[in-house]
Design a protein around this ligand. Structure first.
Ligand code: UDP
Length: 246
């Protein structure tokens, strides 16, 4: 196996699967299938859950509300998704799933305690991180990288909705845009490419934690990446920058 311990960043969009309702049963079942496919291989899995399918802090201006409050609402949205994920994983037979929240909600989930999270992972439990880092003015990208470093994950699996990697141009604007098979951190920065929020990306680069970007709806992507089969885009210091057909 290429990795022993990974942190999966699941955007809220992965819970809606592009559908109109914010949470789509088929999309969630697909995520569970994918996650289970790598836990069965013995990979230790932590998951940072987003909330954009329900609410994002950047909607503050549209709603005429304070940003810090909008971010609180966004964080609670991640808690909703985390509980859905825990239930879905459990009902599909996952032995132990622990939701650890950065905002205390004692009757619903455990508080985030770094060493406890690591203990859970060592026992093979799936650990779901809710509420990001519990502070406003960030999305879940930065907390994903922060927690990945804290728990000593070997890599970050960044599941994207509707794109299967890092592209030379925006594939939604130019359908001919080419995808990178691999790219270095420095090239991502130099070319201004969008992998995750800039602050998150820089943190990953500075701590040399590799990032795999892939399509959340590709049911075999996580297993292939865990087994070392090239899938999506690999970002890392040791990457050899190249487009997919070159
Ligand atoms: N959020 C926050 N602090 C955190 C993590 C998340 O304030 O540590 C808020 C922020 O408003 C963000 C929202 O929660 O927009 C939902 O997370 P995100 O936008 O990352 O969801 P995704 O885009 O992954 O679906």
């Amino acid at each position: 196996m290429r990795y022993e311990r990974v942190l999966i960043k699941l955007s809220g969009g992965a819970f809606s699967g592009g559908a109109e309702s914010s949470i789509n049963r088929t999309a969630v079942d697909g995520l569970v299938e994918e996650i289970t496919s790598i836990t069965k291989l013995g990979v230790q899995v932590a998951i940072m859950v987003g909330g954009g399918n329900i609410f994002r802090g950047r909607l503050a201006d549209d709603w005429g509300i304070e940003r810090a409050e909008a971010d609180n609402i966004g964080m609670m949205a991640t808690v909703v998704n985390s509980l859905i994920l825990r239930s879905a994983l459990t009902s599909h037979g996952a032995s132990e799933v622990r939701v650890m929240t950065a905002i205390p909600i004692a009757t619903v989930a455990e508080p985030y305690i770094r060493l406890r999270a690591i203990k859970h992972l060592e026992k093979g439990y799936v650990v779901v991180f809710a509420a990001g880092i519990g502070q406003p003015f960030v999305t879940t990208d930065y907390p994903a990288v922060q927690r990945a470093i804290e728990i000593r994950a070997d890599a970050i699996f960044a599941a994207k909705q509707g794109v299967d990697g890092v592209f030379a141009e925006d594939p939604k604007r130019n359908p001919q845009a080419q995808r990178y098979a691999e790219i270095t951190y420095d090239e991502v920065v130099a070319k201004g490419l969008n992998v995750m929020d800039q602050s998150a990306f820089i943190l990953a680069r500075d701590h040399n934690i590799p990032i795999h970007v892939f399509d959340a709806s590709d049911r075999s992507a996580m297993r292939k990446i865990a087994e070392g089969e090239p899938t999506g885009t690999y970002v890392g210091h040791d990457a050899v920058t190249r487009l997919i057909d070159s």
